[in-house]
Ligand binder design. Structure first.
Ligand code: EPZ
Length: 422
């Protein structure tokens, strides 16, 4: 891990074109899905991110051979011979839990560490465990590990009380090899889950209701490997749109999917930005000062919780007062004290932030605490007067590929200062 930091001199409006990378959260679901069938896989449009190498490392520990060439990742699952996900590896990234479903479905055994804490939490995995149990696995929790065993999983009706991206993905990957029919009620419909279901169908799975909250799966005895191209990362795209709105800029996004961003686009138009879009591009032209617009996060297609922190930065320089509520994660506000250090006027009351727009943020030294919080601090630095130092950008590197280079190419005054390795 390195202690790199970003130095940003605020004030420039962003102008130009930026290419959006492949979706981190689609890749983190499709990579473990390769455990469901032995053979060779080729994924393209893969982003080069810390989280992707963390998932690669975990799969390699199980015997998967992984080769990276540019934005292509080749996986070979012939030699999978270990069905464990150790704490030392899982604690680095919660999405590691995605190996649970495929391992128990294909090999009849999985020993996966509970994910442990995260910058904000708690982030329980009860829905994952209950879902896999419903499919007939014997599950015990022992010394921080989930141990799941099943001769052959059996189809079941699973209804989630809470819409969960990860639990839907895990149960879906288990159900495709279960014997008989599985119905998942209140399934997550995020684009990354749709991408996972479409990939599983390419592998030979029988899935109906893809993209809806009611998914039915007719289990099969075996699947085959398949190749896939990752969908664009909608949160990277959203982050750049907010960066343009923050700086009163005019930018064009290439290789993105506007249909995955409808709620954010609507909200940005309410702030006064003008947006045009095609199949795979978005153009945004923003006023100097955005209008204040309230937001409450929701499951897809609502306003994404992964855009809440970035929106807070935008509202901190908006004209007027706004209310930003995170209805998905009640305590995902570690960025608020740091934004206040930059001069933002934000009052937090449980999972609601009351923001009064200020004329000018002032550069300062701020600390990243988690992936999207650090993105919000970088965005605020783009518009803050003077110099902002964003520390511990290793959080950012988990989910944004070369963010400082892409922002610099849009005219931002930003550079990375290498910190010591440790
Ligand atoms: C996925 O996390 C994303 N990560 C997150 O993005 C994103 O914030 C989240 O979905 C919500 O959209 C990946 O896809 C790798 P959930 P996940 O299960 O699957 C509760 C980023 O920035 N819940 O949909 O872990 C949970 O506490 C990351 O890229 C349970 O109660 O999220 C939360 O309140 C951060 N029990 C709600 O459901 C469970 O067993 C939604 O969580 C599971 C979840």
């Amino acid at each position: 891990m390195n202690l790199d930091k970003f130095i940003i001199n605020g004030g420039n409006s962003l102008k130009g074109t930026v290419t959006i990378g492949g979706s981190k959260n689609a890749a983190l679901a499709l990579m473990p899905a390769t455990l469901l069938a032995s053979g060779k896989y080729q994924f393209s449009n893969m982003p080069e991110l810390k989280d992707i190498s963390t998932m690669s490392r975990l799969l390699e520990m199980m015997g998967v051979d992984i080769e990276k060439k540019g934005d292509e990742v080749r996986l070979n699952t012939f030699r999978v011979n270990k069905f464990e996900a150790p704490y030392e590896q899982v604690k680095k990234m919660r999405a590691s839990i995605y190996v649970l479903g495929p391992l128990v479905a294909r090999y009849g055994y999985a020993k996966v560490s509970l994910p442990g804490g995260c910058a904000w939490g708690p982030r329980p995995v009860n829905l994952h465990i209950e879902g896999i149990k419903k499919l007939g696995a014997k599950i015990e929790i022992n010394q921080g590990y989930i141990i799941a065993e099943a001769k052959r999983l059996k189809g079941a009706r699973i209804s989630f009380d809470v819409s969960s991206v990860g639990a839907t993905g895990n149960v879906l990957m288990a159900a495709v090899l279960a014997k008989g029919m599985t119905v998942i009620e209140n399934a997550a419909i995020e684009p990354e889950i749709t991408a996972l279901a479409e990939f599983l169908v390419k592998m030979g799975a029988h899935i109906d209701g893809i993209g809806t909250t009611h998914i039915s799966v007719e289990g099969v005895d075996a699947l085959q490997p398949a190749n896939e191209t990752m969908i664009p990362d909608r949160i990277e795209a959203g982050t750049f749109l907010v960066a343009a709105a923050l700086t009163g800029g005019q930018i064009r996004l290439e290789k993105c999917n506007p249909s995955h961003l409808t709620s954010l686009i609507t909200k940005l138009e309410e702030t006064g930005s003008k947006l045009q879009m095609g199949d795979n591009w978005i153009k945004i032209k923003s006023p100097k000062i955005p209008k204040a617009v309230d937001v409450t996060t929701a499951v897809y297609p609502g306003f994404p919780t992964d855009m809440q922190a970035q929106w807070l930065s935008l509202m901190s320089v908006a004209k007027g007062a706004s209310v930003v509520t995170d209805a998905i994660y009640f305590d995902r506000f570690k960025h608020v004290p740091e934004l206040i250090r930059l001069g933002a006027n934000v009052e937090l009351n449980r999972n609601t932030a009351f923001v009064k727009g200020v004329k000018q943020l002032k550069g300062a030294k701020v600390m990243s605490t988690d992936l999207r919080a650090s993105a919000s601090l970088v965005l605020a630095g783009l518009v803050a007067d003077g110099k902002t130092e964003v520390l511990r950008v290793y959080h950012l590197d988990r989910g944004y590929e070369r963010l400082e280079k892409k922002l610099k190419s849009l005219g931002a005054k930003i550079c990375r200062v290498a910190g010591k390795e440790y």
